[in-house]
Ligand binder design. Structure first.
Ligand code: F6R
Length: 239
């Protein structure tokens, strides 16, 4: 595990963008595993800026996102498809056909999960998976207490996740209660993982995830066992 401790959110975003851009430069047709949430917004903005300046191309990049809410169409302003369009895809030259996100409106979630796993397999797996960290230790929508061995699956969202995500909706009631997410197994199969987090409020869970016991109660703790994990943090971890 490599840990880069950054001074603030801007420095964390810049370092994360450096690592993502290096992956694209090394392998222009790489498969990026992407995350939503507030943490990666700054890194995506930096990548988009490099694209605008003509120094970074996504023309051959393929992407798979971690998760999507159940019940929201891709056009819904709170869907993760919409988020990705807004913060990255429409700002760079990625081919929309090469961007994959679970379909939150699929009639049969089991069929959708199997289809999504097949997409990841057909792409040859994920080269670099970007992850944010939930306050309860979740990665993707893998909530505490669930088994580690799952691939893409349907989940009921935990109370704290619904509360944390309510800030993006008009009320708690509007937050979807279910999602489709890549599982811990899918995440661990990525060749490289980049975990990013910032803010004092993430320090305690970051310490548990990186230095505590490996347990499904802290889903991110399994990342300690990944052979190629890079952490970029601005949570104030002791050096
Ligand atoms: C997003 C995702 C989530 C977030 C996590 C942190 O696709 O899968 O696991 O990464 O909830 O969210 P933020 O960055 O908003 O603190």
């Amino acid at each position: 595990m490599r840990i880069y401790t950054c001074e603030d959110y801007a420095a964390m975003s810049r370092r994360a963008a450096d690592i993502l851009a290096a992956q694209i430069i090394l392998k222009p047709d790489c498969v990026l595993g992407l995350a939503t949430g507030s943490t990666p917004v700054g890194a995506y903005a930096q990548l988009a800026a490099w694209h605008r300046e003509g120094v970074l191309s996504f023309a051959q990049v393929r992407s798979v996102n971690l998760d999507e809410y159940r019940g929201l169409s891709g056009g819904h302003p709170q869907s993760y498809r919409h988020f990705m369009q807004k913060h990255l895809f429409r700002l760079v030259d990625i081919d929309p056909q090469n961007t994959h996100i679970p379909d939150g409106q699929a009639a049969d979630p089991a069929v959708e999960c199997a289809r999504y796993d097949a997409v990841i397999r057909a792409l040859g797996g994920v080269d670099l998976q970007l992850l944010g960290l939930g306050h309860n230790g979740h990665i993707g929508f893998n909530e505490p207490g669930r088994a580690f061995e799952k691939t893409t699956h349907r989940v009921k969202l935990g109370e704290s996740t619904i509360r944390a995500n309510a800030r993006f909706f008009a009320s708690m009631d509007e937050v979807p209660k279910e999602a489709v997410t890549m599982g811990i197994k899918s995440i661990m199969q990525a060749k490289k993982i980049l975990l990013i987090a910032s803010g004092e409020d993430k320090r305690e869970i970051m310490e548990k995830a990186l230095f505590g016991p490996v347990t499904p109660d802290v889903p991110a703790s399994i990342l300690q066992l990944h052979p190629d994990l890079t952490v970029v943090e601005a949570c104030g971890l002791p050096e």
